[in-house]
Design a protein around this ligand. Structure first.
Ligand code: SAM
Length: 268
């Protein structure tokens, strides 16, 4: 029976398969450098799709108060274990597909200094306007909204899977939505790949785009991490290329993920 939420099936292996890999660490390090610029110690921040809580832990250790949220009970359980004893981090369930009016810790007078979501949680939505409107009421004017989003034109994926004859996977971002089903027991979940322009338009009423950067232009997508990390020379060259050439703003649409930052517009 397909009744396990898709991301629950990933929770136990997620850190081993992604967070603790050499490439996963490099990508997360790039994101955390941006998060540190946006959210100084003392900020109060909402995280969407926190997964196993790695970024919440990083920020909380730096003095940022984080409300880490996710839809998946199994991911939340791992995050709670990791964040246990961390006074600045709180973990709550929040499904981006059914955003509640009332939410703990938020009111007209106590808004967040910012919101972020890393590595693809926003790709589980088909329409980003409801999220942008919901966030507009919960982020203070001048506050930041920052997202790591799987891009529709990633160069690596069609190349890697095309060369191996897997055309279906090679073309999945162009033919979106893709179907994500990590195990036979997991419920199939649809994945959408918004362009930078599309996301910017959805957020435009209340948020001004201020920054875009590629994340992993020359690095493989996570399904190829294992194969590439087994080849140290290839891995070394790709890391070198990505560090030297993969940071150019113009390459953001061709990376596995792009990182996009907005600023909440003043009200009235
Ligand atoms: C690839 S993981 C990224 C996790 C984490 N942000 C990180 O940096 O490792 C995507 C996360 O999005 C969450 N997610 C998927 N759909 C969601 C939804 N509708 N609402 C909230 N979270 C969702 C999943 O449960 C999963 O934890």
């Amino acid at each position: 029976m397909n009744n396990q939420p898709a991301f629950d099936a990933l929770a136990a292996s997620y850190d081993r398969a992604f967070t603790e890999t050499i490439i996963g660490r490099r990508l997360r390090w790039q994101v955390q450098a941006r998060l540190e610029r946006l959210f100084p110690p003392g900020s109060r921040v909402l995280e969407l799709g926190c997964g196993t809580g790695e970024d919440a832990l990083h920020l909380a250790r730096r003095g940022v108060r984080v409300l880490a949220t996710d839809a998946s009970p199994a991911m939340l359980a791992v995050a709670r274990g990791k964040l246990e004893g961390c006074a600045l981090a709180q973990v709550e369930q929040l499904d981006l597909q059914s955003l509640p009016q009332a939410f703990p810790g938020v009111s007209e007078t106590a808004r967040f200094d910012g919101v972020f979501s890393n590595f693809g949680a926003l790709n589980c939505l088909q329409d980003w306007q409801p999220l942008a409107a919901w966030l507009a009421a919960r982020i203070r004017p001048g506050g930041a909204a920052a997202f790591g989003v799987m891009s529709p034109l990633c160069l690596w994926e069609p190349l890697w899977h095309g060369l191996r004859g897997d055309w279906r996977t090679a073309a999945r971002r162009w033919r979106q939505p893709a179907v994500f089903q990590p195990t036979p027991e997991a419920e199939p979940t649809l994945i959408y790949y918004p362009s930078i322009r599309r996301l910017t338009r959805a957020f435009a009423p209340a948020f001004r785009r201020i920054y875009v950067q590629p994340l992993g232009v020359f690095l493989p997508t996570s399904d190829a991490f294992g194969a590439v990390e087994k080849r140290p020379r290839l891995l070394g060259r790709l890391l070198w290329l990505d560090e030297r050439l993969g940071q150019a703003r113009l390459l953001a649409p061709f990376a596995d993920h792009y990182w996009i930052e907005f600023q909440r517009r003043p009200e009235g």
